[in-house]
Design a protein around this ligand. Structure first.
Ligand SMILES: Nc1ncnc2c1ncn2[C@@H]1O[C@H](COP(=O)(O)OP(=O)(O)OP(=O)(O)O)[C@@H](O)[C@H]1O
Length: 218
């Protein structure tokens, strides 16, 4: 599903954050990625989600070699990856209601009407009732906003989910609820998962395999 080969990436060409890192996630597999703060896990997750162009190395997604990142990535490839970030407040457009936030990826592909029912199902699965769906990000808690971000990430039925510290700012019950939603989605769609985090116990429980950064693969 995802093959990251000898990736070098960062924010300053002279001082890359990650050097020569490789990682593979098989079809339907859940891989946990652990590592100390600042080692570059989020940077690698952003490369995997086609949001950050590496300086060197190859990314293959669903058998295709990735040549463009962000808006330069082909839409079909971009929408085959769902991403959930650590800080929902930075990821979510503050002007949108939670309902609009969930359905926005469909609007970008002209499929809002077709996917309205799916958006409602995902809102229900993530525990968001009608009154919360009418609110904007500043009117809900971090946990409620993260529920909407998970629903949004699943809307276009991705075959790979990248969860970057998805549960870092959540309490135990919201963590359990959102991990259960992701797992149910993966069971139904046979989707793969790359879960980045600090919580070894959670990742061991959640994933088929947990790897330390830099990965054993290189
Ligand atoms: N947009 C950016 N511009 C410049 N440097 C950045 C940027 N984002 C991250 N960095 C730097 O890159 C390094 C790796 O950051 P990254 O967020 O990938 O690490 P991480 O392992 O995910 O950390 P954490 O576990 O604390 O989230 C850090 O030194 C960080 O300061």
């Amino acid at each position: 599903m995802l093959e990251l080969s000898r990736i070098t990436a960062g924010y300053d060409r002279r001082a890359p954050v990650i050097r020569d890192v490789s990682l593979t996630v098989a079809d339907g597999e859940a891989v946990g990625l652990l590592g100390p703060s600042g080692c570059g896990k989020s940077t690698l997750a952003r490369v995997a989600a086609l949001l950050h162009r590496p300086e060197a190395g190859t990314v293959r997604l669903a058998g295709e070699t990735v040549r463009g990142y962000r808006f330069r990535a082909p839409r079909a490839l971009r929408t085959s990856v769902g991403v959930v970030f650590q800080q929902p407040r930075l990821a979510a457009d503050p002007r949108l209601t939670l309902r609009e936030l969930i359905v926005e990826p469909a609007a970008a592909t002209g499929r809002s009407r077709e996917l309205a029912g799916r958006a409602a199902e995902l809102a229900e699965a993530t525990g968001l009732g009608a009154s919360l769906l009418r609110r904007r990000p500043h009117e809900v808690s971090d946990g409620q906003l993260q529920r909407a971000c998970v629903a949004r990430a699943l809307l276009l039925s991705p075959t790979l989910l990248v969860c970057d510290e998805m549960t870092a700012m959540l309490d135990a019950s919201t963590t359990a609820a959102l991990v259960a939603v992701v797992e149910e989605y993966r069971r139904q769609h046979d989707a793969a998962l790359l879960a980045v985090g600090h919580d070894r116990v959670l990742l061991r429980r959640w994933c088929d395999r947990v790897t330390e950064f830099p990965t054993a693969e290189g």
